[in-house]
Design a protein around this ligand. Structure first.
Ligand SMILES: *[C@@H]1O[C@H](CO)[C@@H](O)[C@H](O)[C@H]1NC(C)=O
Ligand SMILES: *[C@@H]1O[C@H](CO)[C@@H](O)[C@H](O)[C@H]1NC(C)=O
Ligand SMILES: *[C@@H]1O[C@H](CO)[C@@H](O)[C@H](O)[C@H]1NC(C)=O
Length: 233
């Protein structure tokens, strides 16, 4: 089970963007969101930029969420994971809850398209909530995820599996170049290579960044001036 869950993040989901494997349309734009659950800037990107345009742009997007940031982990004397998160212990719980939710969706028998959308919906819901620490189970329920998926989600949160997954997301975060210490959090990575220009463009106007990369048959949202969100700096 464990092995399966981990191979999901680094296997299925790290399938390179080669057209129809991951996206229905071309180009297939990789969007890796390195964030933490209790950071208002992370929430702002997910809530105000990604979520509003996702339904219209999803056929072009391969979104991955990596909620870990500048946390640290180690194994203690009893071989248990110990985490130290940027905004304190509650953030570790909230990051883990989102990871467990995300992974339970990815391991479910939903269709690939459904998994992609549900994962974004779940993280979006949790990050839009007044209390991301406790939001995941309620979000899962209101989205209509099956009792079995929700059980797998809570089993993960309450077991060592959640810790192992959180650590695996930590390893993935440490593998980013430049480091998140240098990029800051959130870091939005377009097509698997971090660039400050793409990151800033994503934060300012995600929809335009994506639309600019679609050369033919742009979806109608691309001809609209804004995504309905007023950006107050
Ligand atoms: C290791 O961590 C676990 C869980 O956090 C804790 O219950 C245990 O007491 C710790 N053991 C040591 C030796 O620090
Ligand atoms: C729940 O997890 C079990 C393994 O623990 C897996 O066999 C089952 O398919 C999962 N169910 C769903 C709906 O994801
Ligand atoms: C997925 O599993 C559920 C039971 O957990 C079942 O009701 C449903 O029909 C399955 N869907 C598919 C597409 O296999």
């Amino acid at each position: 089970m464990m092995r399966y869950a981990i191979s999901t993040i680094f296997g299925l989901l790290s399938v390179s963007c080669s057209g129809s494997d991951v996206c229905k349309s071309s180009p297939c734009i990789g969007v890796d969101v390195y964030y933490v659950s209790l950071c208002p800037y992370s929430a702002k990107f997910i809530k105000d930029q990604l979520m509003p345009s996702y339904p219209d742009l999803k056929n072009y997007l391969d979104v991955k969420f990596i909620p870990y940031g500048k946390a640290k982990y180690k194994m203690n004397g009893s071989n248990k994971y110990e985490f130290e998160c940027q905004h304190g212990p509650n953030e570790c719980i909230a990051n883990k809850a989102q990871i467990c939710g995300y992974e339970a969706i990815l391991n479910s028998n939903k269709t690939f398209e459904d998994k992609k959308s549900s994962a974004v919906e779940l993280v979006g819901c949790a990050m839009s909530s007044a209390n991301p620490v406790t939001a995941v189970p309620g979000c899962a329920k209101s989205m209509g995820l099956s009792a079995e998926i929700r059980k797998n989600m809570t089993d993960c949160m309450n077991s060592e599996m959640g810790d192992r997954l959180l650590a695996a997301y930590g390893d993935k975060t440490y593998a980013l170049t430049p480091t998140v210490q240098a990029t800051g959090i959130p870091a939005v990575v377009i097509d698997h290579v971090y660039s400050p220009e793409n990151h800033n463009a994503a934060i300012d106007n995600f929809k335009n960044l994506i639309c600019n990369r679609i050369s033919e048959g742009k979806p109608t949202i691309c001809s609209k001036e804004s995504n309905g969100i007023i950006n107050v700096q």
